[in-house]
Write a protein that binds this ligand. Structure first.
Ligand code: COA
Length: 234
């Protein structure tokens, strides 16, 4: 069995989102955001639409799919985009579109509240108009994990960083953080969404902020700026 990476486009989105929602089915963020049913058809359709509009709006976005050459089946994907501080894509306030499953995807209050610590920590890490490559969703279908495909997909993004001579950035799930660390990302700090802020959440949600391709001095500065705050992150 062999696998190749190919550029992904909008026509692939239904398959890619199936993989994403299967891969993240047990992820506490997805469970919280999508009312415990990340695989529901409403959610699936809304995530397809949301991803399509993000891809159309951001001309720097590049996505890649991992294909099983024997079946032509897509089994994983990844995306990256170039961000110039400040990151307007994450700073635009989301509209409150209600608290149903579809509204949760599009940006309801819960969604906005979850996003605040992510935006906050990014603004402290990346200062002075720095550009970087932001790593987006990384997902390998559960039936194809632990065969090196996630590694292949992250290496694709790292090649883009190296060719553009730009650092990379990811807020990784604890499940994904080891993979990024093995490939050269370094931890700068954590994003924490407190359980006490969300009904039904029994444990804090922690994501790991990681940076690739920066020298030690710059990394130390980032860590100091993250550690200095009294905010929810750090
Ligand atoms: C995180 C994720 C993308 C990793 O994908 P993957 O294809 O399993 O990644 P890899 O196979 O390259 O590496 C995963 C593990 O398999 C191991 N592995 C790689 N090839 C292997 C092989 N042939 N045989 C056995 N193990 C192997 C790796 O060493 C690694 O081990 P570790 O976790 O103990 O360090 C995947 O688990 C996923 O989609 N998870 C859900 C979504 C998610 O958390 N995404 C990341 C958000 S930051």
């Amino acid at each position: 069995m062999s696998f190749i990476l190919q550029p992904a486009n909008e026509d692939d989105l239904p398959e890619l989102i199936n993989i994403q929602l299967a891969a993240f089915a047990d992820d506490p963020f997805y469970i919280l955001l999508y009312h415990g049913r990340p695989n529901g058809p409403e959610v699936r359709q809304a995530v397809i639409e949301q991803t399509r509009s993000q891809w159309r709006e951001d001309l720097t976005l590049r996505a890649v799919k991992c294909v099983d050459t024997s079946t032509s089946q897509i089994v994983g994907f990844a995306s990256v985009r170039i961000v110039k501080d400040p990151d307007m894509a994450t700073q635009a306030p989301a509209k409150d579109e209600g608290n149903d499953e579809k509204g949760a995807v599009k940006g309801n209050l819960k969604n906005q509240k979850l996003a605040v610590p992510f935006t906050d920590i990014k603004a402290r890490i990346w200062v002075d108009g720095e550009s970087y490559i932001s790593f987006g969703v990384l997902a390998v279908h559960p039936t194809h994990q632990r065969r090196g495909l996630g590694t292949k997909l992250v290496q694709w993004g790292l090649k883009i960083c190296d060719e553009a001579a730009l650092p990379g950035y990811i807020t990784a799930s604890p499940a994904g953080a080891d993979l990024y660390a093995r490939l050269g990302f370094q931890r700068v700090g954590d994003v924490v969404n407190k359980a006490s802020d969300f009904e039904g959440l029994t444990e804090d949600l922690v994501s790991v902020c990681m940076v690739y391709g920066t020298d030690e001095a710059r990394l130390a500065g980032m860590r100091v700026r993250v550690a200095k705050t009294d905010g929810p992150t750090g």
